[in-house]
Design a protein around this ligand. Structure first.
Ligand code: GLA
Length: 390
């Protein structure tokens, strides 16, 4: 069996005539273990990079042209564009992700002197909530850095990726996804304070257990989801709190302080949203402490509590993700299970004892299909490194 590297190089040669001078790159996807919808509230997150992600083959051209081909959208063929055709907010194709990053580099004074031929292949299930778009962004950034010698750190790649997503693709995402991908480290999750970007690697030592991703197969588009609405609900709640307490963001509050001042938030729904942001951040701190202390059971309990809060207070789960989590909780050997990512479809993440994985997949799979009417897909994943040149 040929490796993915050989396969993508071969395809590149087929599509663009030859693969001479082309290089192969990889950027991972990510899964967030806990700390959901906290990254735009100045809270903490605890994601890790995966061993699945996006492969890119790239080669410099001698003119201004940009050519794109995705093995995930083969029927769209080669899409031609140029260095002069960046349209922030106006690009509808999948190429808006790599082009957004090229545009963002240009905004920072790093203009590509020539165009490139690019081929992408992703083995992250598309629309699954494992950040295929952030993976493409960080991948593109690392390609530009390598091909043109732009001086940027991996953390810059994360910030440039987020900037391009916010300003070119008009999705108001936080920093978590791009950071988790650009800064990924094998067998470690990243404990990131999104208010300061201070971070720490925490070994994910799952003695005798595995990370299982369950994809709901319900497609989710961040742009047209309720994501931006949740964000502004939190912003309004914060503004209300700021009338009674000196606080820069919801992530600064602990539970007791929130309870003391929460009546300043004049609307029940907004109060629930803010409660989630505050409590979820505190849960993340506790979960990381539990993991460091080797208390995986406690970590799992906090994951479950995170799901409940996302279901009842933040209301971003829906029947598909609730079914995945609630069925998982019933299976012996499941340490913890919750939705991951933005919600509204996408995936759940579960920590499952080795010997229970098959049973987990069978039982959750059966219950899910029975209730939802179509199957879920399961992936046993490993925690991988950030972007690499292959
Ligand atoms: C999406 C966004 C992230 C983060 C999560 C929710 O993945 O891109 O910035 O807000 O949702 O935790």
């Amino acid at each position: 069996m040929s490796s993915i590297k050989e396969t993508v190089l071969q395809k590149f040669a087929e599509v663009y005539g030859s693969a001479e001078g082309a290089k192969v790159y990889f950027a991972p996807g990510r899964v967030n273990l806990i700390g959901e919808h906290t990254d735009y509230n100045g809270g903490h997150v605890f994601p890790c990079a995966l061993n699945i992600g996006t492969y890119g083959v790239a080669r410099k051209r001698e003119d201004n042209k940009l050519r794109f081909f995705s093995m995930n959208f083969e029927q769209r063929g080669v899409i031609e564009s140029s260095l002069k055709s960046f349209v922030p907010g106006g690009d509808k194709n999948w190429t808006a992700y790599p082009k957004g990053v090229m545009w963002a580099f240009e905004q920072r004074g790093m203009k590509m002197p020539v165009g490139i031929d690019l081929l992408l292949f992703g083995n992250i299930p598309n629309g699954s909530g494992l950040s295929s778009s952030a993976s493409v962004e960080v991948l593109t950034g690392s390609i530009l850095r390598d091909l043109f010698g732009f001086e940027v750190t991996n953390q810059d790649l994360a910030l440039i990726g987020q900037y391009s997503e916010n300003k070119y693709n008009l999705v108001n995402c936080g920093i978590m996804d791009q950071f988790a991908i650009a800064m990924g480290k094998k067998d470690c999750a990243i404990f990131l304070d999104t208010a300061t970007l201070q971070y720490e690697y925490a070994p994910v030592v799952l003695d005798g257990a595995k990370i299982v991703i369950s994809s709901s197969n319900k497609k989710r588009g961040l742009g047209d989801s309720k994501y931006n609405e949740r964000r502004s609900e939190c912003e309004t709640a914060l503004a209300e709190l700021q009338k009674v307490i000196d606080v820069k963001n919801l992530g600064e509050l602990d539970e007791a302080t929130f309870e003391k001042y929460k009546d300043a938030i004049k609307d029940d729904v907004r109060r629930k949203r803010a409660k989630h942001a505050v409590y979820e951040n505190q849960r993340t701190l506790k979960a990381v402490a539990a993991l460091k202390a080797g208390d995986l059971a406690q970590f799992g309990q906090l994951m479950n509590a995170s799901h409940v809060s996302l279901r009842d207070d933040y209301e971003v789960t829906g029947i598909e993700l609730d079914t995945l989590a609630e069925e998982a909780w019933k299976v012996p050997g499941v340490i913890g299970s919750r939705m991951t990512g933005a919600g509204f479809g996408g995936c759940s993440v579960s920590i499952v004892k080795d010997e229970a994985v098959d049973d987990f997949i069978a039982r959750v799979g059966e219950a899910y299909e029975k209730k939802i009417g179509y199957p879920a897909t399961f992936y046993v994943v490993q925690v991988g490194d950030g972007p690499t040149i292959l």
